[in-house]
Design a protein around this ligand. Structure first.
Ligand code: PNS
Length: 165
């Protein structure tokens, strides 16, 4: 069976990779689908986010990385899948994830959202927190891949230069 792991992945963290690795053990085929985000101001371009994910998922034979623009349920249907996998960190994730899962069910009742609990060591991790750490020069080892770490440092330097004028 095929599963879709959707997200913004701006950028991908070791917490995301953990969920993708575990999904790849349960499902025959996993598509990691990067969403074109209408609301959030992205730090990294779609090309960069895909590059980071391909780098982080290179060791997983049954995982491929793709992107989509539009409704997740339409993407799932187009790819002949039925299952969406989401990672759940703490109680704080639950409300919004429940809202999205119910809305997706209303949009297409064939699509099932399955939740995977984040491993304890990643339960505090998020892309936004990682970006904040990078902005203040805190160590990122273990939170993101070496490639993402290097590019985050470069990006934050660029942003600081732009702000300083
Ligand atoms: O990593 P994120 O930001 O929590 O991922 C959220 C994402 C991309 C899965 C969600 O925003 C999404 O599915 N966007 C696609 C547009 C869509 O289908 N919106 C209706 C969701 S109920």
């Amino acid at each position: 069976m095929k599963a879709i792991v959707p997200g913004s992945f701006d950028p991908v963290t070791t917490g995301h990779i953990d969920i993708i690795e575990r999904a790849a053990k349960v499902f025959d085929e996993v598509i990691v689908a990067v969403a074109v985000n209408l609301e959030k101001a992205d730090t990294f371009s779609m090309e960069e986010r895909i590059e980071f994910l391909r780098d982080g998922c290179g060791h997983l034979q049954n995982v491929r990385v793709d992107w989509f623009n539009g409704l997740l349920v339409d993407y799932v249907e187009k790819h002949d899948a039925r299952v969406v996998i989401k990672g759940l960190r703490a109680i704080s994730d639950f409300e919004f994830e429940l809202q999205m899962a119910l809305m997706n069910k209303r949009l297409n009742e064939k699509v099932e959202t399955l939740f995977m609990m984040t491993s304890a060591e990643h339960s505090f991790l998020s892309s936004s927190l990682v970006k904040e750490l990078a902005a203040f020069g805190a160590p990122l080892k273990g939170l993101v891949s070496p490639l993402v770490e290097q590019r985050l440092i470069e990006r934050m330097k660029k942003i600081k230069r732009e702000v300083a004028g």
